[in-house]
Design a protein around this ligand. Structure first.
Ligand SMILES: *Cc1c(COP(=O)(O)O)cnc(C)c1O
Length: 230
């Protein structure tokens, strides 16, 4: 068994254990492999272990990999900050965009997604623990954004994405509560099924709180070397 296989199995075991402890079905938690800074060759090797969902943060780097790996059946997730003038590539090339935090971004993605493509899956990014950052909408904005974005064509509004500061499990519980509370605002509530939270260092706490998608980089690929970023 190679290193990537071993690392992935170890992460899958952690997910399984967290589900067991939380009395949740393991099929409710998806593993997103966060592959930023890693080469197409590395992604190819991870794909060979059975991994299909990959998350990228930097648009140009991601587009290069999407091109290089176009023969593979990868679900590409964009988990980085969404810039208003970069939405066209996101709308055309990705299956999911997790970092939507304004109506105008969602409108642009909806307009730029081809009607012939499957709807673009969207998570609303929320600044759940009042961090000093421009990323993510405020919790009190979420209900209105869900009502508005869930009506746009060519999009499927799936849920929330949060990146709380480390060692703050309460933030995951707050995200879960918000996720449940705003569901009635959704124009198609059956689409509202995703809580994207938890990374290498806190996936178990996130799963305990109700995460349905953990975004894991370091625990799968090892540490990142940004100086060699592709
Ligand atoms: C890089 C990144 C991750 C993965 O973090 P690890 O600690 O390496 O698992 C998850 N989510 C987002 C939004 C990221 O930018």
């Amino acid at each position: 068994m190679n290193d990537l296989n071993q690392a992935r199995n170890h992460v899958l075991e952690q997910i399984q254990q967290a589900c067991l402890t939380a009395n949740r079905d393991v099929s409710q938690v998806q593993l997103l492999a966060v592959s930023k800074t890693h080469s197409s060759e590395m992604l190819n090797a991870m794909y060979a272990t059975g991994q299909r969902a990959f998350g990228e943060n930097y648009l140009q780097e991601a587009l290069d990999k999407i091109e290089a790996l176009s023969d593979l059946e990868i679900d590409w997730h964009f988990i980085g900050h969404v810039q208003r003038n970069k939405t066209k590539h996101l709308a055309e090339k990705f299956a999911w965009v997790h970092g939507v935090d304004r109506l105008i971004i969602a409108e642009r993605l909806s307009n730029q997604r081809e009607a012939t493509q499957a709807p673009l899956n969207i998570c609303l990014q929320v600044n759940i623990d009042a961090q000093d950052t421009k990323d993510g909408c405020q919790p009190e904005e979420v209900a209105d954004l869900v009502a508005q974005i869930s009506q746009l064509p060519n999009l499927k509004l799936r849920g929330l994405m949060v990146i709380p500061a480390p060692n703050n499990p309460q933030a995951f519980l707050d995200a879960k509560t918000l996720f449940e509370n705003v569901k009635p605002q959704h124009a198609h509530p059956e689409d509202w099924d995703t809580l994207s939270m938890g990374m290498s260092g806190d996936m178990s706490e996130a799963i305990t709180a109700g995460s349905t998608m953990v975004r894991v980089g370091t625990a799968l690929f090892g540490s990142r070397d940004y100086s060699k970023s592709v």
